[in-house]
Design a binder for this molecule. Structure first.
Ligand code: B9F
Length: 129
């Protein structure tokens, strides 16, 4: 069975794009996130991401997590956690959940600072590996 590797270009059901560079031996990776949706009228910009994947050498369907810093929009941050699944045809799917923390002015505004959701990513095109 083929093992799942996070590096490459992925697209989710919102049509957001994510490019993950090479995953190193420690499972760490970086990349860029291009969201197709934003709650403000800011134009869509690339945002950097950094994450860690569980040892893909041993596990065929590894768990992972990453953080996206929306520095071009605001001081908000999204974290994703998920697992990469490979079906019997070799098709990879990333099943994720995310939390988006918006910067608020004071602790009393914390009640409205967090959004939650799910995203499913599929590989947009294969890359050399
Ligand atoms: O809309 C977000 C934002 C941050 C500060 C002003 C606008 C940035 C984009 C978030 C994209 C989310 C979705 N895209 C995707 O692919 S991350 C999880 C979803 N998956 C207003 C204030 C805080 C949030 C909105 Fe804002």
């Amino acid at each position: 069975e083929r093992k799942c590797d996070l590096s490459g270009l992925w697209r989710n059901e919102l049509r957001s794009l994510m490019e993950i560079h090479e995953v190193n031996d420690a499972g760490e990776f970086s990349g860029d996130y291009l969201t197709a949706v934003t709650a403000t009228s800011n134009c869509i910009r690339r945002s950097p991401l950094k994450g860690a994947q569980h040892d893909a050498k041993q596990r065929g369907q590894p768990t992972f997590g990453f953080t996206v810093n929306w520095e071009k929009f605001s001081n908000s941050t999204t974290v994703f956690v998920g697992q990469c699944f490979v079906d019997d045809k070799g098709k990879e799917t990333l099943k994720t959940m995310w939390l988006l923390r918006e910067e608020v002015g004071s602790p009393g505004d914390g009640w409205r600072a967090t959004r939650v959701g799910t995203n499913v990513f599929t590989r947009k095109r294969n890359v050399e590996r």
